[in-house]
Design a binder for this molecule. Structure first.
Ligand SMILES: Cc1cc2nc3c(=O)[nH]c(=O)nc-3n(C[C@H](O)[C@H](O)[C@H](O)COP(=O)(O)O)c2cc1C
Length: 161
């Protein structure tokens, strides 16, 4: 049975919850291990590695990027999938949304992923002026995760695994 590692960085747990949800689905067909990225030291036993982290400062979290660079030689021989969560993925000014959607380009140049996903994340408490600059609507939902989108993405992913 194919062995899949899902590793994540998550400060406020939204990425972790998405990973738990993905694991639940993949568990039906694969042997899946879920771990915080900081506790992963050996990836040789897995055919597929899913790496998930939020976008911070318009970049995929540095912890995830560092993981890709450190393990690039071995990751290049595996099926690799990148997931990013970002509060500005599907709201806010176009300028920032474009930056969020480019956040996976940097790690993709190190190790080319088989699939990627960018999901909405949690909206942090920001001063009004920052919310205005980013274009976050005043009545924005705090949790921008779209579970239907995540469901559809998983269905498509399974076809490729
Ligand atoms: C310090 C910090 C910086 C952030 N920077 C961005 C950003 O540049 N763009 C964005 O869309 N969201 C940004 N966010 C929102 C996070 O990506 C979002 O809340 C995500 O769901 C957090 O994931 P986690 O709950 O797994 O930690 C930031 C959040 C924090 C706390």
């Amino acid at each position: 049975m194919k062995r899949i590692l899902i590793c994540y960085y998550s400060r406020t747990h939204s990425t972790k919850e998405v990973c738990e949800n993905i694991k639940e689905t993949l568990d039906e067909s694969f042997e899946v291990t879920l771990r915080p990225i900081s506790s992963v030291h050996d990836i040789k036993d897995y055919e597929t590695v899913i790496i998930a982290a939020p976008v911070h400062g318009m970049n995929w979290h540095q912890t995830a990027y560092d993981f890709v660079t450190t393990n690039q030689a071995i990751l290049k021989k595996k099926e690799v999938i990148y997931i990013a969560l970002a509060s500005l993925a599907y709201q806010g000014r176009n300028f920032w949304q474009k930056k969020v959607f480019k956040s996976l380009e940097r790690p993709s140049k190190i190790v080319n992923p088989m699939e990627t996903a960018i999901f909405g994340g949690l909206v942090s408490d920001t001063p009004k002026i920052v919310g205005g600059i980013l274009g976050i609507p005043k009545n924005a939902k705090r949790d921008q995760r779209d579970w239907n989108m995540i469901e559809a993405w998983k269905k498509n992913l399974i076809k490729h695994l």
